[in-house]
Ligand binder design. Structure first.
Ligand SMILES: [Fe+2]
Length: 530
């Protein structure tokens, strides 16, 4: 029996045995009332688009931050059937689909509804229903038909939203812009409690997330944020993760704290499970493996002939960071090539061999005018000159995996990939970079352009100190670490215009928004034009 058949059967069984609202039929009609709390308090989300459908997400949680591990979201019952409606208009007047979906008890009553058979290249609006409760209305979209002519797309990318550090005004302002699509590039949650720096609000349970209930509650708390919730209702998402969805600076089975991999993988397993439970991902992306759940996150999404997004997974398959030294230099730290020749060891891979091969193979086939690589961390070389004048590199981003980066950039060049653009996050600062065939030769051709968004709230690196490194990095054309925000992108056949948007102050609930800088990349000409 395959997994989906199993779910449908267990879902049907649950209808009979439910102690809470028993739900039958379609669209939430004739159902008993929910008597306590809003089951849709966590909102809705759409993602994983195809030319004829998408995945719709919600999670039933009438008591979203239930502290009892036996009752995630306040529910102790089995699977629950709920209704859904999909329409061609925002007011849901022209309903084109009604049906029922399963909120899976094994996954904290989350719903990952796969919808197909819709028209390509257009928005749809949807909501879920259950008894007397209705979710808010969300907007989803289907991809254009394969190869269809597409003239424009408005998307945005975001990363690094530490709830404790500030309010999510950046998400609110982005929602106001009504982008067609938002890419979440990692650190959607932060697992830890902020102990050193000033905070404006607290992670509700007061502990670092390490268990299934604590990871679930972390996501639930973030999804209760009205700005984040509205952004999900306004725009469908593509998503990858970075480290804080699990633990700071982890890669593969390796924790930066030198925890036995067999022990650490148990934590990673529950973190991956909670991630799946809170994202609009296809159920077959979530697989059980020998080391616990694995999620096949890397994927490609083509918007007709205009743009293909290659969404990468920078964590799950990565080689361990170079030169780990117990007890506290297991994750990111600075090394010179002389002190750590492992930095240039060709066998190490940022993506893992399989994903690296998949990525390169996909580019070779891509007919798109723009090829956007959506991932989490800084790709450009970043030389940091130390007091003794030696050049050091950060081991945690692509700088710790130089041969892996070189393989990718050489492939973009050799395969003549059209208009490659890399977008990323992680470093909590705005960057516009020329990606060079050979970073050690400033005259080397620029073969791709990189834009790095700041953070939604997280603190940036030391701005003044980083400015002193710029003379050693002429390919870094713009750097700004003092502002938080997001990047909004207008893409046409002729150009990509990126707007670095920054909020006035993450400590203010009603922070304003402004544009820090605009850049344009012209079709056929790699690199930042200033
Ligand atoms: Fe971050």
């Amino acid at each position: 029996m395959d997994r989906r058949t199993f779910l449908h059967l267990t879902g049907t069984t649950a209808l009979v045995t439910l102690a809470a609202p028993a739900l039958v039929g379609c669209a939430g009609a004739d159902r008993p009332a929910w008597t306590k709390g809003d089951p849709f308090a966590l909102g809705v989300a759409a993602g994983d688009p195809t030319p004829d459908g998408f995945v719709l997400w919600t999670r039933l949680a009438p008591d979203p931050l239930s502290a009892d591990p036996a009752t995630p979201g306040g529910l102790s019952v089995g699977n629950i059937g709920i209704g859904y409606e999909i329409a061609t208009d925002p007011a849901l007047r022209d309903i084109v689909r009604r049906g029922s979906a399963i909120a899976e008890a094994a996954h904290a009553h989350s719903v990952h509804l796969e919808v197909s058979g819709l028209a390509p290249g257009r928005p749809y609006w949807y909501r879920f229903t259950s008894g007397n409760a209705q979710s808010r209305i969300g907007r989803a979209m289907t991809l254009p038909a394969l190869g269809a002519r597409v003239d424009k797309l408005r998307f945005a990318f975001v990363s690094c939203a530490n709830y404790e550090i500030g309010y999510f005004s950046a998400y609110r302002h982005l929602a106001d812009e009504q982008p067609d699509l938002v890419l979440f590039l990692g650190d959607y949650i932060y697992e830890y409690m902020e102990r050193r720096r000033p905070t404006v609000r607290m992670h509700s349970d007061g502990v670092e997330a390490t268990t299934l209930p604590t990871y679930r509650n972390r996501y639930a708390q973030y999804r209760l944020d009205p700005d984040l919730q509205r952004l999900h209702a306004v725009a469908p998402m593509l998503v990858t993760w970075d480290d804080h969805e699990v633990d700071n600076d982890y890669v593969g089975e390796w924790s930066m704290r030198f925890i036995d991999p067999a022990v650490f993988l148990k934590r990673r397993a529950v973190a991956y499970q909670a991630f799946y439970e809170h994202m609009p991902l296809r159920p077959d992306r979530y697989r059980s493996g020998p080391t616990g759940p694995a999620i096949r996150l890397h994927d490609r999404f083509a918007f007709g002939d205009l743009v293909e997004f290659a969404v990468l997974d920078p964590r799950q398959y990565r080689s361990r960071q170079a030169c780990p030294i117990p007890p506290n230099r297991g994750g990111g730290h600075l090394e010179t090539i002389a002190s750590c020749p492992e930095l240039i060891e060709p066998a190490r891979s940022f993506l893992g061999a399989a994903q690296e091969g998949w990525l390169m193979d996909g580019f070779t086939r891509s007919p798109a005018r723009w090829n956007v690589i959506a991932q989490s961390t800084l790709m450009a070389q970043w030389r940091q000159r130390m007091e003794n004048k030696e050049i050091s590199f950060w081991t945690e981003d692509w700088n710790g995996y130089e041969p892996s980066r070189t393989r990718l950039l050489h492939h973009l060049h050799d395969a003549r990939v059209t208009n490659p653009v890399v977008i990323g996050g992680d470093i909590h600062s705005f960057w516009a970079n020329d990606l060079k065939l050979d970073f050690n030769d400033p005259k080397s051709p620029t073969i791709a352009t990189e834009f790095v968004g700041s953070s939604i709230t997280s603190f940036g690196p030391p701005h003044e100190q980083f400015l002193t490194y710029l003379p050693d990095n002429p390919h870094v054309r713009f750097f700004e670490a003092r502002h938080r925000g997001y990047v909004a992108v207008d893409l046409t056949r002729q150009s990509m215009t990126t707007q670095f948007r920054n909020v006035s102050d993450v400590r203010l609930l009603d922070a304003g928004i402004s544009t820090l800088k605009n850049f344009t990349v012209e079709h056929g000409r790699a690199g930042v034009q200033i």
